[in-house]
Design a protein around this ligand. Structure first.
Ligand SMILES: [Zn+2]
Ligand SMILES: [Zn+2]
Length: 360
């Protein structure tokens, strides 16, 4: 079928709205008509080097239009959010940890299905897509059943997509991995969309101290409104000293959403004995280094992908919290019509919006 997609024609370049052909869903795939898609930092990162032409986007939501013959979990007309995909047959998939699928990169970031084909073609030639199972910067997407999550009526459909990536990543790091006990202390480094999701999850978990650390005063102000009990502006203060003042014996938990070497080091050093650091951010620093003493006291550093979640299990829980008013992330979303994707990307890059959502 003919669809409209925002095609990245050259790495680093703008997105161009083009008429693209989308193949039929295979037996284990689902055709989704998009109603919204978030723009995530991962899209912007991959847009700088991904082989082109390509269709990115991976925080989509919409309505199922058709399903392949083997699909059982959704039917035409169902409202769905989309998330990452996984192979389903490796040992970590079979033991319930699809976020750590042995073939995660191949099925999410190769631009193709595992057999090398693409559902998307432009002017008769296949182009890269299947980005994180989705390629949601398009009016329609062909998605593996494993990447589709049926959702209820408790949320405006266009706003549901970011739950499948950014919000799941931040909240899952807290709920699924660190599991802070009531009254414990946590510091969240980076108060963007992922960090705010972690902050809300920490507040919902009953943490006594929730410290937000960022370079942006406006984001820190917003973080307080989502449940941060303390805000540390790392441009204005020695953040290590400020954190020691907040938690003199060190934090029980820290989360890094920035992927920056200097920030991660500060985060690990802010822990108390037996403290746990969750590493969520994929950022500019290829290596991380620590003084060995900073991990000797029983401290743990854990990498976390996609909130360690099983999307079909975790997303409905997050959406229930949202419907109950306890996960109010819709406040940070700014809607742009799909046609304005380049303006939306510019607003994200400039830090003018916390979470841009394209609507169809
Ligand atoms: Zn993402
Ligand atoms: Zn797998």
């Amino acid at each position: 079928m003919r669809i409209t997609a925002a095609v990245l024609e050259t790495a680093g370049g703008p997105f161009a709205l083009r008429d693209v052909d989308l193949g039929d869903p295979r037996p284990d795939e689902v055709l989704v008509r998009l109603s919204g898609t978030g723009i995530c930092g991962t899209d912007l990162e991959f847009a700088t080097f991904f082989p082109t032409p390509a269709v990115l986007g991976h925080e989509g939501s919409g309505v199922v239009e058709r399903v392949g013959a083997q699909v059982t979990s959704v039917a035409p007309g169902d409202r769905v959010a989309m998330s990452f995909t996984s192979c389903g047959s490796c040992v970590t998939c079979r033991t319930g940890s699809p976020a750590y699928c042995h073939r995660f990169d191949a099925v999410n970031f190769s631009g193709r299905r595992p057999d090398g084909s693409s559902a998307l073609s432009l002017d008769g030639a296949e182009i890269n897509g299947h980005f994180l199972g989705q390629s949601s910067f398009a009016t329609h997407a062909v998605v593996p059943e494993r990447a589709v999550v049926p959702i209820g009526d408790g949320i405006d459909l266009p706003l549901a997509g970011p739950f499948g990536c950014g919000f799941q990543t931040g909240a899952g790091g807290v709920f699924n991995v660190l599991r802070p006990e009531a009254g414990s202390s946590i510091a969240v480094f980076g108060a963007g969309a992922v960090g705010v999701a972690a902050i809300i999850a920490a507040a919902v978990s009953g943490c006594g101290i929730v410290a937000a650390v960022d370079v942006n005063a406006a984001k820190l102000e917003a973080a307080r409104s989502y449940g941060a009990t303390h805000a540390v502006d790392s441009t204005a203060s020695d953040s290590a000293a400020a954190l020691r003042e907040i938690a003199p014996h060190g934090f029980d938990y820290v989360i890094d959403t920035t992927g920056r070497q200097d920030v991660l080091r500060t985060a690990v050093e802010a822990l108390g004995p037996l403290g746990r650091c969750g590493v969520i951010g994929v950022g500019p620093s290829p290596e991380m280094s620590f003084d060995w003493r900073s991990v000797l006291n029983g401290r743990t550093i854990t990498g976390i992908i996609a909130g360690s979640s099983v999307p079909q299990v975790f997303l409905p829980k997050l959406l229930d919290l949202h419907a109950a008013g306890r996960f109010p992330v819709d406040r940070m979303m700014t809607a742009f019509p799909f046609e304005k994707i380049n303006e939306a990307v510019a607003a994200v890059r400039a830090g003018e919006v916390a979470k841009a959502v394209l609507t169809f």
